[in-house]
Design a protein. Structure first.
Length: 138
């Protein structure tokens, strides 16, 4: 491989890795914050009726809940329904919401912190690979 191509490749890998690492770090921070300060409440699971050709509401249902201030909130679920953990229409699920911003919710037991850890690991590996490529280019 041409040495002149290593530097741009290293910059690209480094920027991509940094973005992935930051995405994982922000996701973990938000999950931990919602576990710590979130207000637990039960939410009603609702699916939008899809119009012809509209598939936007099929994967993630709406969660409807009442805040401590008696405001009714309706937000999209941060996690999709799965075979092992379905989110049935009309069912209820426990969530934690941020009292400062009730649109920020986490479905209890389904936070998927492993996904944020994967972003952290892959981002760190890409940044490390970029440093190695820069050292090889020098």
């Amino acid at each position: 491989m041409d040495v002149a191509l290593l530097a741009p490749l290293a910059v690209l890998a480094g920027v991509g890795g940094l973005v992935a690492y930051l995405a994982g770090a922000v996701g973990l921070r938000d999950t931990r914050r919602l576990r710590r300060v979130g207000v637990p409440v039960q939410a009603l699971i609702r699916y939008r009726s899809a119009a012809a050709g509209d598939l936007t509401g099929s994967a993630r249902p709406l969660l409807q809940f009442t805040t401590m201030d008696d405001a009714v909130m309706e937000v999209f679920s941060p996690v999709p329904a799965g075979r092992s953990q379905p989110l049935p229409d009309g069912g209820q699920v426990w969530i934690s919401y941020d009292p400062a911003d009730p649109r920020q919710v986490a479905v209890r037991g389904r936070e998927r912190a492993w996904l944020d850890l994967v972003f952290l690991a892959l981002g760190a590996a890409a940044v490390l690979g970029a440093v190695v490529l820069l050292l090889l280019a020098a």
